[in-house]
Ligand binder design. Structure first.
Ligand SMILES: Nc1ncnc2c1ncn2[C@@H]1O[C@H](COP(=O)(O)OP(=O)(O)OP(=O)(O)O)[C@@H](O)[C@H]1O
Ligand SMILES: [Mg+2]
Length: 158
């Protein structure tokens, strides 16, 4: 399983932000992208996940070209995205947030198992499962956002 980005030029509208980005990433590999505010880290992730405009280059996933694929397709092919902001539904409870994200899984049993796994990683979320996400602390909210990504059992989680 391999994700690779070749000569990516991307941005928003007519504005180009990233120029000629190349990288590749195996399943299970952890890659940190570091840079100052406004450097384009989020734009890189937005480019993979279908939120940015791609002017040139290719994004390959297992040899398949997924360049410009729609955001809603991502979890179905094994890519979860934890956005930097607006990453939980504040009016839903912790568990409802997880259930909505896990809706893409093929069975109830798998969903139950995934919930159990993310509650094991983040025990505070189990304790607060009936609490509205909008009332979580900042750090708890980020845990929930990451858990929403992981509960989908992705091959890659950004
Ligand atoms: N929707 C947009 N339309 C136009 N310009 C944008 C848009 N989103 C981001 N930008 C610009 O693109 C550049 C890169 O932004 P990006 O959000 O990718 O940075 P970042 O590296 O994630 O920063 P941070 O560390 O602050 O999260 C910035 O100059 C930003 O102002
Ligand atoms: Mg960012």
């Amino acid at each position: 399983m391999m994700l690779s980005i070749k000569d990516l030029v991307s941005g928003y509208g007519r504005l180009k932000i990233l120029y000629n980005i190349n990288l590749s990433l195996s399943q299970g590999e952890i890659l940190s992208i570091v840079g100052p505010n406004g450097a384009g880290k989020t734009t890189l992730l937005n480019s993979i996940t279908g939120f940015a405009k791609i002017f040139n280059g290719k994004i390959l996933y297992n040899e398949n070209d997924i360049t410009g694929e729609k955001p809603e397709k991502m979890p179905l092919i094994g890519i979860s995205y934890v956005p930097q902001m607006f990453n939980v539904f504040p009016s839903l409870t912790v568990e409802e947030n997880l259930l909505v994200a896990g809706e893409i899984l093929r069975s109830r049993e798998l969903l139950r198992q995934s919930l159990e796994e993310v509650y094991t990683i983040f025990p505070i979320l189990r304790e607060r499962r009936n609490q509205k996400a909008g009332t979580l602390s900042g750090g708890e909210r980020q845990m929930l956002a990451i858990a929403r990504g992981l509960v989908q059992r992705p091959k890659y989680c950004f």
